[in-house]
Write a protein that binds this ligand. Structure first.
Ligand code: NDP
Length: 481
């Protein structure tokens, strides 16, 4: 059985305590590899290696740092098939999705920041009358802690480590223990690309051991975290009294607002993706669909028909549209929300149950894509994050009403608006409390734009130069002329 190793000081090593955790294939329910059950001793080694590597890495010219990141990007591209299969097996997502979205985006992240750092400028301010000039230098922090979730494993892992490394920091990173495989394979590629020892360290293991030790480490002054809101709150509680710099990308409960004058086919087709891509396990999925009354029944009927046609099956098979959800525990959580929806008065229009897939996947964790109607807009099902293949449909009458519906959760990550009325599109966009708004599209991402949420969806922004600013400390120098 394959045994994953930590990547510390340029070496692939076993955890100090010698303990391992079972790694499951969610499509078969079977253990297929072992993950280091690391603890604070491993984090300490990683932090020391990162500290030792920092002086040389931070003084390495940005152009050279960028070249190494682009070499890693090229290696990711060369290993596309193997990485995509590993991601699919580890996470349960359809192989096609991993091959066309997850892995290509991982190499784009490395390439984007490998080049962005060469265009990252700082400011100068001349003081008229007093004859002084200010210039601002941006220093890397030292060791950055990067903690990422299981839903888009390599995609989100690289989205953090690429800007951290490009800016001249060294990194101690922890991928989700639920999906560690591609981060492990990436460590092999980093060695092949000649990334100097200690610049990137990957410590595998549980959040409450490894993640918590990274956050609490006195020599890790900056933490970039993506994951659940509850975990984000715990991290903030540890980091805030230590005055650490924090970026928190947290949960969402995103509205998908469909006005009657929309491009019906586009709204319908895209809403299938925004509801069920990656089994609904994307923080940006639009799990609350609000439909203007005159279109409600037409949209509902066409939507349910399309959802019924989504093939749930073996993620490695070409025709599969819906793979497994990530773990048995997560499957039970999603199913419990479907029960809650029934108790809250919802009607299940399709799905609502576990699916047993034939063949090698009979013991896998699959859920039929589920559509629910008839729920109050502010009930628990409509305000708490489910993070699975479950959406609700709710009719609305007026613009004011749907804005109220959209804003009734504590989250504020993303929203989608479908309309041909340009003025209304902007008007509604400005009133919905979300960090990211899509009009007549979904998940169209320009990596230069600020990415992140408001309220319980997070603190700070990733993407573009925002991430390079996060991973550097500005220092102003004022010179009297
Ligand atoms: P979790 O919050 O459970 O875990 C995220 C990471 O944090 C994992 O690596 C986890 O390790 C680790 N962790 C857990 N506890 C601690 C702790 N006390 N200290 C430090 N690290 C810890 O999230 P999930 O992995 O379940 O991911 C799903 C969540 O991520 C959803 O809420 C989703 O909305 C959100 N998300 C947000 C995105 C955004 O950009 N806003 C993007 C993608 C997902 P372990 O796996 O061992 O528990």
């Amino acid at each position: 059985m394959k045994q994953i190793q930590n990547y510390i000081n340029g070496q692939l090593v076993a955890p100090v305590a010698g303990q391992h955790i079972d790694n499951y294939n969610p499509a078969t329910g079977e253990v297929y590899s072992l993950i280091p059950d690391s603890d604070e001793q491993d984090v300490e080694r990683a932090a020391q290696a990162a500290q030792a590597a920092f002086p040389a890495w931070s003084k390495t010219p940005a152009e050279k740092r960028g070249r190494i990141l682009m070499h890693i990007a090229d290696l990711i591209d060369q290993h596309l098939d193997c990485l995509a299969e590993a991601e699919s097996v580890d996470n349960g997502k359809p192989l096609k999705l991993a091959r066309t979205v997850d892995i290509p985006r991982a190499s784009s992240n490395m390439r984007f920041y490998g080049t962005a750092i060469q265009h990252f400028a700082s400011e100068a301010h001349y003081m008229e009358g007093t004859e002084a000039i200010n210039y601002t230098v941006r220093h890397p922090h030292g060791v950055a802690g990067c903690i990422s979730p299981w839903n888009l494993p390599l995609y989100l892992f690289t989205w953090k480590i690429a800007p951290a490394l490009a800016a001249g920091n060294c990194v101690v990173a922890k991928p989700s223990e639920v999906t560690p495989m591609t981060a492990y394979l990436l460590s092999e590629l980093c060695i092949e690309a000649g990334l100097p020892a200690g610049v990137l360290n990957i410590v595998h293991g549980y959040g409450h051991k490894v993640g918590a030790a990274i956050v609490a480490h006195s020599e890790v002054p900056v933490i970039s975290f993506t994951g659940g809101t509850k975990t984000g709150r715990a991290i903030a509680a540890t980091a805030a009294p230590m005055f650490k710099k924090l970026s928190l990308e947290l949960g969402g409960k995103n509205p998908n607002i469909i006005f009657a004058d929309c491009d019906f086919n586009n709204a319908l087709h895209t809403s299938i993706h925004s509801s069920f891509a990656n089994q609904g396990q994307i923080c940006l999925c639009g799990s609350r669909i609000f439909i203007e009354l005159p279109l409600y029944e037409t949209f509902r009927d066409a939507f349910v028909e399309k959802v019924k046609a989504l093939t749930v099956g073996d993620p490695l098979e070409e025709g599969t549209k819906q793979g497994a959800v990530v773990s048995e525990q997560h499957m039970q959580k999603v199913l419990s929300y479907i029960e809650l929806a029934k108790q809250e008065g919802g009607t299940i229009l399709t799905g609502g149950h576990q699916v047993q897939v034939e063949g090698r996947c009979t013991k896998g964790w699959f859920i039929a894509p589920t559509v629910i109607e008839g729920l109050p807009y502010n009930c628990r099902t409509n305000t708490e994050e489910i993070f699975g293949p479950v959406v609700t449909l709710t009719p609305f009458d007026t613009e004011e009403e749907v804005i109220q519906y959209a804003n009734c959760t504590d989250y504020g990550l993303s929203a989608t608006i479908w309309t041909h009325n340009l003025q209304r599109a902007h008007r509604v966009a400005h009133q919905v409390h979300s960090g990211i708004i899509w009009i007549n599209t979904w998940l169209l991402r320009d990596l230069r734009t600020p990415f992140g949420g408001m309220r319980n969806s997070g603190v700070g922004r990733e993407g573009g130069f925002e991430a390079l600013r996060f991973f550097t400390e500005p220092q102003n120098v004022c010179v009297k002329l």
